[in-house]
Write a protein that binds this ligand. Structure first.
Ligand code: MN
Length: 248
């Protein structure tokens, strides 16, 4: 398992854990992570090899390069994703084997009393509060549409043959529709960013329990990835866990 040590956060009351793993079946890890507190993001690349890996890493490099200061509004964060989209598209035009590459991208900016969110694709951001998990992002996938229409349950969606079909992604068309939002935060909250290699195998209840019981943010990220690997690890698995201090 490949792990990266948690970076020392700018704010000492924020604790970060990161784990990104190739899983047990894939030949490459096409997931990518950005941890530059207060900015956190995950990306899950798609396309043939190595295009998916290029797309996810390039998109996050673009975001990082743009961060002369942290975005102050969700609109600023969305603009960063739109610029990343143009950067991935421009790169894809330079090599035939990169044509059509794309990536999911889910990003947070953690502010003192809220988090900003910008999101496209089927990676997810969750809020863990008091042991309960709340999904802050809507998956842009075919099966998620069916769940929203009441035609599938979340459990059925995880097993559906077309579960990997995205309805939106970054990097394969000039205009993208990025979801944005902000969500209030309280002391003791945790935020979890993850790719479908995790959420395809663990229910929200299992993610909540695993993350809540872990003694640290890093342990939480590692245990989530271990749990997905224990179920076969068919995809790359990435989890970023950010814990806010100050809980009583
Ligand atoms: Mn994936």
């Amino acid at each position: 398992m490949s792990t990266r040590p948690a970076r020392q956060p700018a704010d000492e009351s924020v604790e970060t854990g990161v784990c990104s793993d190739i899983g047990r079946v894939r030949q490459k890890n096409m997931d990518a992570v950005l941890v530059v507190p207060p900015v956190f993001a995950v990306a899950d690349g798609m396309g043939g090899m190595p295009a998916g890996e290029v797309a996810s890493n390039l998109a996050l490099e673009s975001i990082k390069f743009q961060l002369t200061r942290p975005p102050r509004t969700a609109a600023e964060l969305r603009q960063a994703l739109e610029t990343a989209n143009r950067d991935v598209l421009a790169a894809a035009e330079q090599k035939p084997e990169w044509l059509g590459m794309g990536t999911t991208l889910t990003a947070l900016v953690i502010q003192p009393t809220r988090t900003l969110i910008a999101h496209i694709g089927d990676s997810r951001a969750y809020l863990l509060r008091g042991g309960r998990l709340k999904q802050l992002t809507a998956d842009h996938s075919y099966v998620a549409e069916l769940v929203r229409q009441g035609q599938l349950t979340a459990g059925e969606a995880r097993l559906h043959p077309h579960r990997n079909m995205l309805t939106r992604a970054l990097g394969n068309q000039p205009e993208i529709a990025v979801d944005t939002g902000s969500h209030p935060l309280k002391p003791g909250d945790a935020l979890i960013l993850c790719t479908d290699g995790l959420t395809g195998l663990l229910s929200d209840g299992e993610i909540a329990e695993t993350a809540d019981r872990a003694p640290s943010a890093q342990a939480a990220a590692e245990r989530l990835v271990e749990a997905a690997n224990a179920r076969g690890g068919p995809d790359n698995i990435t989890a970023v866990v950010v814990r806010l201090g100050g809980a009583t």
